[in-house]
Design a protein around this ligand. Structure first.
Ligand code: CA
Length: 441
């Protein structure tokens, strides 16, 4: 089970960064490959939007919509009660909500910009996230050691999930959950799903696990340090600090303990690595790659699959494993084990799982990939995106806030500069453009 709704459109749109929304479908390798395809343009889940001081602007309903909403909510009282939401809680938390019609277009939003995997990883596994993750590992070392003792999940993995999910608690999302889920429960095409999530979040409020005013998250309902959906919250969250409440917003011990618990429930194997970057034998059949094309470790080793750093793989010969070629036969290759699947289950996206896996390696102090991604124009980290925006702004482009988020205004400015420099005006921010602007070209 995933903490997020298992729908690409919802998973993708829990982030406001439309410009980084993407498609899993764009396969590029010529070799016939089973699932998942070695996609050049793979990532399903763009990096979270940076924290903003104020939440998104609410779109008020018309009088008719408000009337429809009131009737709908009144009709949900009985099914909510059947789902163990008390009348008192329903009156207090649900009947006082007004809809935000602004969340409805997000249900059907199509990505306007396709992000290459290396761009996605450049933003999610950047120097800032690595540095902050190491700080968190030091600050919370005693807690993380306790989490490891009680769950078997190591500190770097827990902190890597935290970093990718909410930027270490710096980005929870700003939309009031009761308002968003109430709206989606009464309008739009996924009402049954969102009603169920609305009832789950009402139970969280009813129990007093999280203060009602702290129930803010993505438009689709993921929230807190771990960005769990309410149903996942109720199923997986643990009261790690023992104060009697499962608070994944206000308690870092509860949040990190719950992240580890999620991985345990997803089959975590204590002490095993998620996987390794590997070299493949000449002529390796790319059709053998894919997370679900599993073989035992000894079979891969017999074919000549080996760690890129020459190290040994200290696991039983019958360990179930798979080869990943996320950008095809010419990019980095990975041999992954059960713990990669556990990480994958967190958001059911290959790009997302890879970001956590590679961030966890970096947090362990391990070197980055030996094999470059198949591009001559690598992507930008968030600080580099800020620098690029400053350079664009200095050239007179009106790009709005300089926040490292490349929205449509930044993309437009990038296209103009690319055209001026004789580059393909695709709106993509890469090292080549940054270097050219830095050099004053
Ligand atoms: Ca607690």
């Amino acid at each position: 089970m995933s903490p997020k709704p298992n729908l690409p459109v919802i998973r993708t749109a829990r982030f406001a960064l439309v410009a980084l929304a993407v498609s899993v479908l764009a396969a590029c390798a010529p070799a016939p490959v089973k699932t998942p395809p070695p996609a050049l343009q793979a990532p399903e889940a763009p990096p979270p939007e940076p924290a903003k001081p104020a939440g998104p602007k609410v779109v008020e309903p018309t009088a008719a919509e408000l009337s429809q909403f009131r009737a709908c909510m009144a009709g949900l009282r009985a099914p909510a009660k059947a789902a163990e939401v008390t009348d008192a809680a329903f009156d207090q938390y649900a009947m006082t909500v007004s809809p935000d019609m602004g969340v409805l277009p997000l249900l059907d939003r199509q990505p306007e910009f396709t992000t290459a995997l290396w761009d996605y990883l450049a933003a999610l596994v950047d120097s800032r996230r690595i540095a902050q993750g190491k700080e968190r590992m030091a600050t919370y070392a005693p807690l993380l050691a306790q989490v490891q003792v009680r769950t078997g999940v190591d500190p770097a993995t827990v902190v890597a999930v935290w970093g990718v999910e909410s930027d270490y608690g710096q980005n929870f999302g700003q939309r009031p959950l009761l308002q968003s889920l109430g709206t989606l429960a009464c309008f739009g095409r996924r009402q049954a799903f969102f009603r169920s999530e609305l009832f789950e979040v009402l139970k969280i409020a009813q129990r007093g696990d999280v203060r009602a005013e702290d129930l803010k998250g993505s438009w689709a309902g993921a929230f807190g340090h771990t960005q769990f959906m309410p149903s996942t919250y109720n199923r997986i969250a643990v009261d790690f600090d023992g104060d009697g409440r499962r608070d994944l917003v206000g308690s870092i011990p509860d949040a990190l303990g719950s992240t580890a618990n999620y991985l345990v429930k997803s089959g975590w194997r204590t002490g095993q690595p998620w996987g390794y970057e590997v070299t493949l034998p000449t002529g390796f059949n790319a059709a053998l790659a894919g997370r679900t094309n599993r073989r035992v470790l000894s079979q891969w080793q017999a074919m000549g699959v080996a760690r890129v750093d020459g190290g040994t793989i200290d696991l039983p010969a019958d360990t179930r494993s798979a080869v990943l070629l996320p950008t095809g036969i010419n990019g980095p290759a990975f041999l992954v084990f059960k713990n990669y699947d556990a990480i994958y289950s967190y958001n059911a996206a290959e790009s997302y799982a890879l970001a956590i896996a590679l961030l966890s390696n970096a947090l362990r102090g391990q070197p980055g990939l030996r094999t470059p991604w198949p591009t001559d124009d690598p992507g930008l980290g968030r600080d580099e995106r800020v620098e690029l925006q400053r350079l664009l702004s200095a050239r007179g482009h009106d790009i709005g806030a300089i926040d490292g988020v490349l929205g449509s205004a930044s993309r437009d400015a990038i296209r103009k500069e690319q055209a001026r420099l004789g580059m393909a005006p695709d709106g993509r921010a890469g090292q080549k453009l940054l270097k050219a602007l830095r050099a004053g070209d």
